[in-house]
Design a protein around this ligand. Sequence first.
Ligand SMILES: [Zn+2]
Ligand SMILES: [Zn+2]
Length: 216
Amino acid sequence: MQGMCLHWEAAAPRADHSQCAGQVESIRRYHLGQGYTDIAYSFLVCQHGQVFVGRGWDRQSGATCNSYWNSRYWSVCWMGGPGYIPSAAALTGLRSVVDQARARGGTHVIGHRNACSTQCPGDYLLGWIANGLPAASATTPAPTPQTPTKKAIGMLLRDKTNGRIYLISAGYSEWVKSQFRVDVLRFIGVPYADVSQTDIENVRVAYNAPTDAFVA
Ligand SMILES: [Zn+2]
Ligand SMILES: [Zn+2]
């Protein structure tokens, strides 16, 4: 395959993403009604950035002009049209499909209008191709927060003259072990620059100390 051909749906993007999967199915039904064997596009990308599989990689696209083009180019359809421009998320989705095509050896990117007479995929996407298809890379899911395995430790000191409790050391068992005595001696009653408020709070919770326990 030579590459990927960009199309548009020539319709307004769906405002609500919950409508997009249904819209893909309605395009599929429309194309089936037109005598296609399936939805004509290899892939579709909605304005919210989701990539939908149409015919996929293994079956010839039916979207681009004729069999000359369809036998050489996969197709991807941006689910938008005249009067709209693709969102950043849509461009990222389109770009990810192009990148996958390139990884499969189909490095060339064209717009439908480059192959035959049509407005598709619109001036914006043709310009985007000419500019090298800039897009933010697909966002990777945020890593699942790790449950800290470190144990918050510290040392509290009660001042008998006023009853206040002072934090004289705070840290975590993993790294405090070897330095604990030195730190305690050094930091009694002195702001502990290396300890964040979160560290202090962790120690406070670990020692079940009152909220106003620490002077840090
Ligand atoms: Zn087209
Ligand atoms: Zn959507």
